[in-house]
Design a protein around this ligand. Structure first.
Ligand code: ZN
Length: 174
């Protein structure tokens, strides 16, 4: 659990709240009503990538968007996780225990997923592994590419506006 939880900004006040944290729009919900934070609803992930909706608030992206990337994702210049509004990325960087660096390790037990839910592609590799540094990649747009059974947002042929470290600097929030 994080020591302190940031206030939930007005623009994401429509999201459900668990433990004081706004639950991202792409978070799957089990049939018994639990939100699986850290997992992704596959249908919403694809919708968000294709229609250019924000993965946190579910609304259309503007002309500035942010991909939150792990260090190991940077060389591929793509991620399965939908792009975010800058303000939604800032909230995630402050609130998400993994992105903010408040967790040292990934959870060591697999989460139970319903059939409609997608674990991230390297879930098994990450279980129990040391947490990675995260980066915010600022873009004007991205390209949707196939990535195995999933889709990914790629900036392979697009110059990022900037790339900022989130967990490697104290004041590095965007
Ligand atoms: Zn948003």
């Amino acid at each position: 659990m994080p020591d302190t939880v940031p206030d939930i900004p007005l623009w994401i006040a429509h999201l459900p709240v668990v433990g004081g944290l706004a639950v991202p729009w792409i978070t799957p919900r089990t049939t018994d009503g639990r939100y699986l934070l850290g997992s992704i609803d596959r249908d919403r992930m694809h919708q968000a990538l294709v229609y250019r909706w924000c993965g946190v608030c579910g609304r259309p992206l503007d002309d500035r968007l942010v991909l939150l990337m792990r260090l190991s994702d940077l060389p591929r210049q793509c991620t399965n996780e939908p792009a975010l509004h800058p303000q939604c990325a800032a909230y995630t960087a402050a609130a998400c225990p993994m992105v903010s660096g408040k967790l040292d390790h990934y959870r060591s037990t697999p989460v139970r997923l319903d059939a409609t839910m997608a674990p991230s592609s390297d879930t098994s590799a990450r279980q129990g592994a040391a947490a990675e540094p995260w980066f915010a990649v600022w873009l004007r747009t991205y390209r949707v590419i196939p990535d195995g059974d999933n889709l990914a947002a790629s900036y392979n042929d697009i110059s990022p506006l900037r790339i900022r470290s989130i967990t490697w600097s104290v004041s590095g929030l965007l």
